[in-house]
Ligand binder design. Structure first.
Ligand code: FES
Length: 100
């Protein structure tokens, strides 16, 4: 089943199932300029901050998400799979692409 992912910065909502990572769902919005990097948790371009909702995450590079940031909800979207509806805020490189 698909959960509803809300991008707080723009108010956009996209569906994402628990088997797809948050970045894959976001790419289907068809926005130009969404930086697609490694999709493997290594480059850091897809950083977002989860404001609410449950998710599971795979290993992320500490170079891109510090422990402190992670405790604050920062994750790499390509490593995160939703377990409920999620509200997130885009940060880093992604912010420019999403909000322009
Ligand atoms: S796309 Fe490289 S860390 Fe997500």
């Amino acid at each position: 089943m698909a959960f509803q992912i809300t991008i707080e910065d723009t108010g956009e909502v996209y569906p994402c199932s628990e088997t797809k990572h948050l970045l894959a769902g976001m790419m289907q919005l068809g926005k130009k300029g969404i930086p697609v990097g490694c999709r493997g948790g290594g480059c850091g371009v897809c950083k977002v901050k989860v404001l609410s909702g449950q998710y599971t995450s795979k290993k992320m590079s500490r170079d891109h998400v510090s422990e402190e940031e992670e405790n604050d909800g920062a994750v790499l979207a390509c490593r995160v799979f939703p377990q409920s509806d999620i509200t997130l805020s885009v940060i880093g490189h992604l912010h420019k692409a999403i909000t322009r």
